[in-house]
Design a protein around this ligand. Structure first.
Ligand code: PEP
Ligand code: MG
Length: 580
């Protein structure tokens, strides 16, 4: 039994057999399979070789016709390697006798083979690169097979991966995923957010859980305590099953709040909305007692499949959300897409600093046809309910004005085409960069609403990558600088009569609820699963107490003082929402 500690990012306990997803960009660890699975591993390898041979041949044909036969001849060596009986015998021996995974057999045998070329004359030493190339090709095929399996799981599994992109998570067969355990990542990485929305227990920032795990072994993933147990004994399984039952009972105990308002004990009304990534989650938000959708992350239309969604695909998705919400508010955020959300290999152009790169509104403004397609779908669907449109990662008024001008263009086009649409759709911006926060008074004059993206606001203010486990301890919403910015944004909203909501993960974390109420926030938008607990807390506090908490927090100088004070005050009101 091995116990690993990470960051619990999505509550609940998942128990089941592991599915370990390899990663082509990292060293493949030595992993064994039960002997009876070795023939299946060998079959996977043979399939990967067949695909690789086909790819090499077509690459060779293409090169021959584009550049010439001589250059294309380099692929003869690649094709030869893939048919080399001595090499194939070595792969087979590793898989059938040492019972390692196909991935490890490929990496181990080919790395040793490559070593034989080092120290040879230069023209032969160059072959090392070709061997590595073949290794990569085979690993990519094997990992591609694994990803296909992830999309079509036939039984329940706990997924363990070095890293999972939001698109891999979105593409996984959700009905069979019992939990996620990931080496990389932080609390507000997009995979963590997605797990929370989907209600899948998840632990990230585990560093090396995949190196110690093997597919098929039993795994416990405890998203509340941030613990992963590999190969647990019977006593430990029983202990976590009892945690699991308690968690389910607690969630059910909150069901009675569903139709009650989010009103404080002294009569102040708060609006509680849900964040979604997929249209079908709208029903979950409403079932949990949410009053509408405060953030629809539309980029997941792109991330869930390899096909670029058409205007009609998008229109159908937005209309589904609006119809399900039956005239409740729905905030549709335009694409927040960029190299940060795709693997670097799927990104259009790999970037050195994807979070500071061509992301979000910047990408939309550089790809006007794509942006217009989305805006057409939004404006057309918005006749079905109470939609508003919101732009992410805005850093300057010029960007906002440009985006608004494109909305106007699109409305004119739809008018000319005689297609029903809502030309005067409310327009908002996410305040999620220090630039927008510091200029929020100017923004307030040009928009209908603000939504604070506390995840990115913290990332860019504190200069901490939100998805990097190595700096996860530095990532905190309790930093005095963040709290000052929040106060400033909420004040500007009050002064210019612009509605302010907060849709970052902070909105769903009970320890911040009183502070946010005290700072004047009246609209919260969080993961569907967090809605009942936040509602319970709001119904348990008085605004007078919340005001006092916010005033006190503003006097503190460090995040440690702030967080311990907030936890203590929250515990006084509702002890069960603050875990030890
Ligand atoms: C945020 O940054 O807080 C936010 C809500 O947007 P996302 O998490 O999608 O970047
Ligand atoms: Mg953001």
């Amino acid at each position: 039994m091995i116990v690993k500690k990470g960051i619990g990012v999505s509550p609940g306990v998942g128990i089941g057999p592991a599915f370990v997803l390899e990663n082509e960009e990292f060293d493949v660890p030595e992993r064994h399979v039960p002997p009876e699975r070795s023939p299946a591993e060998l079959a996977r390898l043979k399939q990967a070789i067949v695909v690789a041979k086909k790819d090499v041949r077509s690459l060779q044909h293409e090169t021959a016709s584009r550049i010439g036969k001589e250059t294309a001849a380099i692929f003869d060596f690649h094709a030869g390697l893939l048919s080399d009986t001595a090499l194939i015998a070595k792969f087979t021996e590793q898989i059938m006798k040492a019972h390692v995974t196909a991935e490890f057999a490929v990496a181990d045998v080919l790395r040793n083979y490559a070593r034989e070329f080092l120290g040879m004359p230069e023209y032969l030493a160059d072959r090392v690169k070709d061997v590595y190339d073949i290794e990569k090709r085979l690993l990519r095929n094997l990992i591609g097979q694994q990803q296909q399996t992830l999309h079509h799981l036939t039984s329940d599994r706990c997924i363990l991966a070095h890293d999972l992109t939001p698109s891999q998570t979105a593409g996984a067969d959700r009905t069979h995923v019992r939990g996620l355990a990931i080496d990389a990542g932080g609390r507000t990485s997009h995979t963590a957010i997605l797990a929370r929305t989907l209600g899948i227990p998840a632990v990230v920032g585990l560093n090396d859980v995949t190196a110690a795990a093997q597919s098929g072994m039993t795994v416990i993933i405890d998203g509340n305590r941030g613990v992963v147990v590999l190969d647990p004994d019977a006593k430990t399984i029983a202990q976590y099953q009892s945690y699991q039952q308690r968690q389910v009972a607690y969630i059910h105990s909150l069901d009675e709040l569903k139709d009650l308002p989010a009103t404080t004990r002294d009569g102040h009304d708060v609006v509680l909305l849900g964040n979604i990534e997929f249209p079908e989650e709208t029903e979950v938000v409403l079932a949990k007692g949410g009053q509408g959708i405060g953030l629809y992350r539309t980029e997941f239309l792109y991330l869930g499949s390899n096909i670029v969604p058409s205007e009609e695909d998008q229109y159908r998705a937005y209309r589904h959300v609006l119809e399900s919400c039956a005239n409740r508010p729905v905030v549709i955020r335009t694409l927040d897409l960029g190299a940060d959300k795709l693997t670097q290999s799927r990104a259009r152009v790999p970037e050195r600093n994807p979070f500071l790169g061509l992301r979000s509104i910047r990408l939309s403004l550089q790809d006007i046809p794509m942006f217009k397609t989305q805006l057409r779908a939004i404006l057309r669907a918005s006749v079905e309910g109470q939609a508003s449109v919101m732009f992410p990662l805005v850093t300057s008024l010029l960007e906002l004005r440009q985006a608004k001008a494109i909305v106007r263009d699109v409305a004119e086009d739809l008018e000319e085409e005689g297609l029903p649409h809502k030309a005067d759709i409310p327009i908002g911006v996410m305040i999620e960069t220090p630039a927008a926060a510091l200029q929020c008074q100017q923004f307030a004059k040009e928009v209908d609403f603000f939504s604070i993206g506390s995840n990115d606001l913290a990332q860019y203010t504190l200069a901490v990558d939100r998805g990097n486990e190595r700096v996860a301890s530095l990532f905190t919403m309790a930093h005095p600088s963040i709290i000052r910015l929040l106060k400033q944004i909420i004040r500007a909203g009050q002064r210019y009569d612009v509605r302010v909501s907060l849709c970052g993960e902070m909105a769903g974390e009970p320890q911040y609820t009183m502070l946010l109420l005290g700072l004047g926030l009246r609209v919260f938008s969080c993961a569907p699963g967090a809605i009942p607990e936040i509602k319970k807390l709001i119904r348990s506090v008085t605004m007078a107490h919340a005001d006092q908490v916010a005033r006190r927090v503003l006097t503190f100088e460090s995040e440690t003082e702030i967080i311990s004070y907030l936890r203590a005050e929250t515990r006084k009101v509702l002890p069960e929402v603050i875990s030890d």
